[in-house]
Design a protein around this ligand. Structure first.
Ligand code: HEC
Length: 134
């Protein structure tokens, strides 16, 4: 009897949009110490390298990625670091009820050795996104 094995690519992530198709690829390893590298790898496909929400995958999504350069401006000039932290920390249903923003908490766990490393990734991403504020 043949046994079927279903492999779940838990760490899959949108990386490419070609001909109006989104290709999901396994999450790749990055340095938890580099917010810039993580942003370029994990976030830029949708949010763009500059964070304005105009990455290559953006046009294919039903919901436009948020303009991450306006987070402080939209919050009375104060960068909402705890909000950004919460968005990235979530492991089950997305904060904003959108299924198009990947569930980062679980994805970061899949490329980290420990909870402390997950925390470091999120903290460094939160700081990096702060540097993109206009
Ligand atoms: C597959 C596309 C996609 C990727 C990849 C992605 N995002 Fe998003 N993101 C979205 C979408 C779409 C929204 C808007 C969701 C909503 O408002 O419901 C969003 C919303 C957000 C928000 C909330 C903004 C607000 O106004 O509250 C933050 C913060 C954010 N993303 C940060 C990130 C970071 C950091 C990464 C990389 C680790 C990332 N995103 C990767 C699509 C993506």
């Amino acid at each position: 009897m043949r046994t079927m094995i279903f492999v779940t690519l838990l760490g899959s992530l949108v990386m490419q949009a070609q001909d109006k198709q989104i290709k999901k690829v396994p999450i790749t390893q990055t340095s938890p110490a580099s917010g810039k590298q993580m942003f370029g790898t994990y976030c830029a496909p949708c949010h763009g390298l500059d964070g304005t929400g105009t990455g290559p995958a953006a046009s294919v999504l039903k919901k436009q990625p948020a303009d991450l350069t306006q987070l402080a401006a939209k919050n009375g000039g104060k960068y909402p670091s705890s909000h950004v932290f919460a968005v990235l920390k979530q492991v089950d249903s997305p904060v904003h009820g959108s299924k198009e923003m990947p569930i980062w908490g679980s994805l970061f766990s899949s490329v980290s050795y420990s909870e402390a490393e997950v925390h470091m990734r999120i903290t460094n991403l939160v700081s990096y996104v702060q540097t993109l504020q206009k």
